[in-house]
Design a protein around this ligand. Sequence first.
Ligand SMILES: NC(=O)c1ccc[n+]([C@@H]2O[C@H](COP(=O)([O-])OP(=O)(O)OC[C@H]3O[C@@H](n4cnc5c(N)ncnc54)[C@H](O)[C@@H]3O)[C@@H](O)[C@H]2O)c1
Ligand SMILES: [Zn+2]
Length: 353
Amino acid sequence: MSAFHDERLGYPIVVAQNAVPNATRAIRARACPFIVLCDDNPNVVTLARRLTGARALLRFRLGEPNKRMSELERVLGALARAGADRSTLVVGVGGGVASDLFGLAAALYMRGVAYMHFATSLVAMADAAVGGKTGVDLPAGKNLAGVFRDPVAVFAHVDALRTLPLRSVREGLAEVIKVAILRGGDLFESLEELAAHPLWAWPWPSIIASAVAIKRDIVAADREEHGERALLNLGHTFGHAFEKASGYRITHGAGVALGLRAAGLLALRVGRFSRLEHLRVLTLLSLLKMPLRTSVVPRDAFDAMRNDKKRRDGALRFVLPNAIGDVSWGVRATPDAVLRTLALMRSVPGPQG
Ligand SMILES: NC(=O)c1ccc[n+]([C@@H]2O[C@H](COP(=O)([O-])OP(=O)(O)OC[C@H]3O[C@@H](n4cnc5c(N)ncnc54)[C@H](O)[C@@H]3O)[C@@H](O)[C@H]2O)c1
Ligand SMILES: [Zn+2]
């Protein structure tokens, strides 16, 4: 039984404890040849085999360092060697790296073939597989080459979380907390209650379904990020800067968690948000064992941020909370306000938050 089945983005998104039967039916229903691309992780391969029986799988060793052009070329070459043509359905199995990379390969192969994603990580289930953003990293930065292209269906197989490394669970949790702050209300309150319980005991299908529904609504209103889809970058401007300035020792999930605190601090500094709500976010982050401070040198983070921004018009703009459940995008901040915020990030929260 699925916890969530929605087609408002024009393709089914299914969240289910066991999504194997749903995905298998969807593949059969298309009555066309298909090829399965999967992340080489043994647990992911086992799942991909369950999905397709004994048929051939194309396996790729993924992870962020392989989310790049050379790997994309390998995937495209493998599709060609496997005889894929315009009628072939490509099924990707794996986490967010798989959905970004395989989704891009399917979008490019013969100018685009149908793509379905079977999500096996929390990031992919709650975030990456939904919304049609595909891409690879370039040496100059993350996700710099990609296209918007919708999949034909997305399946979140919640059982897969059982084998997911804790680090990957935390990365996904940071994105879930992000959308909970964007929307406020039920999801945020559920996370506050659940924070006292061990992760294995969480009602994951409903948590993932809530996160997906929030992302779906934002994406539906602005598919190609001309405006409000930027809300989904809450915590990411600071987060990416911490990741980059730390030489990527800080993972994306940790960066986003730090970024959520920094966005709250900057919001307070520019006269938005309330201290009480900021402390509520900090309490949630800390109960979920997310990092709250970083030793990254403020100037290094600031320079990383500015280099990133050069690609737009050079102004420092942020996604900042006004309240939990009310967030603005495109808010300008002065270099001084940003540097002071970064300085606070070196210490654990004090009276200023
Ligand atoms: N397109 C978007 O909208 C969007 C949104 C958020 C994140 N992303 C991208 O997602 C990527 C991060 O995704 P991720 O955290 O899933 O990374 P990932 O795909 O690298 O998966 C993390 C690790 O978990 C392993 N794994 C996956 N499923 C598993 C399972 N069920 N059991 C055991 N191991 C498993 C993978 O092999 C990998 O080692 C980043 O590249 C990020 O840019 C994209
Ligand atoms: Zn993110």
